[in-house]
Design a protein around this ligand. Structure first.
Ligand SMILES: [Zn+2]
Length: 349
């Protein structure tokens, strides 16, 4: 008896997101075959999304009215957000982080990279929040948290006096090194790039020279456009998303602070497409690209673990779409999701 499972529909396949009508055959969670079909149901099959930059713990400060500079609100150790995190009970933090991860899952995000504040204890609280949740997580700690997590998430070279020490530790232990850089201005970028990091977050105010250096060093950039806009550090040219793509930089999408925006990549794609006129195909790739930080990325290919979402578009106006990629980016949402498959394991909605 075979334990193979078959899903048929219109799928976006491989890193090229090629639209084809297919049956995808999975055996024990692995995609063992992709066969072309002439007729399929009104079903869309998409690679799962990866949110490449979150701060899940500040869910507890959701939509708190605030005024003040970015430094006064977000800079450790005394910014408003950090004071709130320090005075929130652990049980509340754990519950809030868990609920935000579940919310991401419902909207097709099955993996995330989180900058976790609060040192070693902060990391352990996020691990507790993830108990029995099937989700791919990359936890990037600070203040000692980097020693018990997947790597370091450094606030900015200018906020962290001993960042060189942390860089040495991360390089020796072969963990992931990530920096916030260029969120408010370009002046903390060069020091971050000089460490040859695995990931730069924001890049909102990168200069042309910096973009070219980042491209040469092949460092992926995670843009957080809605958060930047809300916090008043963005305009029509910042972040310079098209320039990053033109230089061949791997673009990833993040949603940054949950206290500011919902960690929903459908909303993020639609916003960037409308505001910055970025090609839908490039944006959908960017929503999946964060999974390149894992051993297997989420693009749908034969031989890989299945990480995908299945959408029932029957009875919706999406059946009239002439370009699936474009429609997903402009109009996609969690309403049509029926199944989410994470490493071959089904979650039904
Ligand atoms: Zn951030």
């Amino acid at each position: 008896m075979s334990d193979a499972e078959i899903i048929s529909g219109h799928a976006l396949l491989g890193e090229a997101l090629e639209e084809r009508t297919v049956s995808i055959i999975m055996t024990q969670g692995i995609i063992t075959a992709i066969e072309d079909e002439k007729k399929v149901p009104d079903t869309w099959i998409l690679p799962a999304f990866f949110n490449a930059h979150t701060h899940l713990a500040d869910t507890v400060a959701m939509d708190l009215p605030f005024t003040g500079s970015l430094t006064e609100i977000f800079t450790p150790p005394d910014g408003l957000k950090h004071r709130i995190l320090q005075t929130t009970p652990d049980t509340t933090l754990v519950r809030a982080m868990r609920q935000s991860v579940q919310e991401m899952q419902k909207s097709a995000v099955t993996g995330f990279a989180d900058f976790r504040e609060g040192g070693k204890k902060g990391v352990s609280l996020l691990k507790e929040a993830l108990t029995h949740l099937s989700c791919h997580s990359i936890i990037l700690g600070r203040d000692g948290g980097e020693q018990v997590s997947d790597g370091a998430g450094i606030s900015s070279t200018r906020d962290c006096e001993n960042y060189q020490e942390i860089v040495s530790y991360i390089k020796e232990s072969k963990k992931i090194l990530a920096f916030h850089a260029g969120e408010q201005d370009p002046f903390d970028v060069d020091a971050a790039v000089a460490t040859d990091p695995d990931l730069l977050i924001h890049g909102t105010h990168l200069t042309r020279k910096q973009i070219s250096g980042i491209a040469d060093a092949k460092i992926p950039v995670v843009v957080c456009a809605r958060s930047n806009a809300y916090l008043g550090v963005a305009d029509e040219k910042h972040p310079p998303i098209q320039s990053l793509l033109d230089e061949g930089i791997t673009l990833m999408l993040g949603t940054d602070n949950v206290m500011v925006v919902q960690p929903d990549l459908f909303s993020e794609m639609a916003y960037i497409h409308t505001r910055y006129h970025i090609d839908a195909h490039d944006l959908l790739q960017a929503a999946v690209n964060g999974s390149r930080l894992l051993s297997d990325n989420f693009f749908i290919d034969k031989g890989k673990p299945a990480n995908l979402t299945v959408h029932d578009i029957c009875g919706t106006n999406l059946i009239y779409s002439r370009d699936m990629c474009s429609t997903v980016v402009k109009r996609g949402g969690k309403e049509t999701i029926r199944r989410i498959i994470i490493n071959g394991v089904n979650k039904h909605f």
